[in-house]
Design a binder for this molecule. Structure first.
Ligand SMILES: [Zn+2]
Length: 377
């Protein structure tokens, strides 16, 4: 065989390998069924934890939990794992601010939705390639009642009971000192302020427990659910990064993940949630990025529709936010879902191109014509 024949064979093999590796963004055909709902009101802490216990009992080989710390009032802080802890971790949590309960509920329903394989291909992909790590309730002591934790600092025995405690979302050491009463930044040094950052960085038991948790289980992507506006914040705001190459690289990752979310949400027929890159200081959503380069996100699940019944609102929120959870989950493990149309087209191209090439090669006339055009390879 002369070298030109070898070159032709090589080209055919290259075409085959190229055509079969055509790769597209996943498409998830899923809707949220109201049959997933099993109560008609925002749950209490006890109900949330009871639901998690039921999941653990129902799926003993897939769901496990650990106690990773104690709150100010001495309650257990619980983290749940869906899948193998040794796999790439996607982490979500809820109720860093105790009254922002929607995140806690969405975390639970996401786990349930995946475990019940409501979208079989997606569930298989997620369970095969990743571990979902969920802290259902961050501010355990204050769940449903109190924005800040129950640290008695700021409590003078009278006045508004609601004002004491530390804002856990301002307590981490990353740029803890950056925001204060003078500079603003949504942070306060006043113990009765809603954004009180605490007497010192990492002062609270809940904060310390989280740092220890992230040291043991480092997520690839992390989402800290809040409930206020209606936006996604890439909280690891890279404006604070001094290494320009790292900033560029990380910005690209954040942007590409957000772009994939926009595509998925449009496939669901939804409107994408607005993106903001203006992260604050001392936040949950920034800290694991700076400790471990975890791609860290925060969001604000709008709860302005309080007149809407829970049983109607929660499915709406699931439809609205699951595409973002899914995107982060898949990004954590580098997986994609190919829809059936793409698979068929890919296989057809993968078969057709080599056949055409082989026919063309066997019909030397075509080769001679090509050669007559003095094409080089
Ligand atoms: Zn919040």
């Amino acid at each position: 065989m002369n070298y030109k024949k070898l070159v032709n064979v090589f080209i055919i093999l290259m075409m085959i390998s190229t055509s079969v590796s055509i790769y597209t963004v996943k498409k998830v055909n899923a809707t949220v069924s109201s049959s997933l709902l099993d109560a008609n009101a925002w749950k209490t802490r006890e109900q949330i934890l009871a639901n998690w216990s039921t999941l653990e009992t129902t799926y003993p080989n897939l769901v496990s939990h650990e106690v990773f710390g104690k709150t100010f009032e001495g309650r257990d802080m619980l983290v749940y794992f869906i899948g193998d802890k040794n796999k790439a971790i996607f982490m979500i949590d809820g109720a860093t601010h105790g009254q922002e309960v929607s995140g806690s509920e969405l975390c639970y329903y996401y786990a349930k939705w995946i475990l019940e394989r409501n979208d079989p291909v997606l569930s298989q992909t997620v369970l095969t390639n990743s571990c979902i790590m969920i802290v259902p309730i961050v501010n355990v002591d204050g769940y449903k009642t109190h924005r800040k934790n129950m640290d008695l600092i700021g409590w003078n025995g009278s006045g508004s009971f609601a004002n004491y405690g530390v804002d856990l979302n301002r307590n981490f050491d990353w740029h803890w000192d950056y925001g204060n009463a003078t500079t603003g930044g949504g942070v306060s040094s006043d113990p009765v302020n809603a954004n009180y950052k605490g007497p010192s960085a990492n002062s609270e038991p809940e904060t310390k427990a989280y740092i220890s948790l992230w040291n043991r289980y480092t997520p690839k992507h992390y989402l800290n659910n809040h409930a206020f506006g209606n936006q996604i914040i890439w909280k690891a705001d890279t404006k604070y990064v001094t290494d320009s190459e790292q900033k560029t690289e990380d910005d690209q990752v954040f942007q590409s993940v957000y772009n994939e979310y926009v595509q998925l949400t449009s496939e669901w027929g939804n409107t994408a949630i607005h993106l903001s890159t203006d992260g604050g200081t001392g936040n949950f959503g920034m800290s694991p990025y700076y400790y471990h380069r975890t791609y860290s996100w925060s969001n604000e699940i709008v709860l302005s529709q309080t007149s809407i019944a829970y049983s109607t609102l929660l499915p709406q929120l699931m439809n609205q936010w699951f595409p973002f959870y899914i995107t982060l989950n898949l990004a954590s493990c580098g997986a994609r879902i190919l829809d059936i149309t793409t698979i068929v087209i890919t296989i057809m191209i993968g078969i057709m191109i080599p056949i055409v090439m082989i026919i063309a090669y066997s019909k030397r006339g075509y080769i001679r014509k090509i050669k007559s055009l003095k094409l080089r390879w």
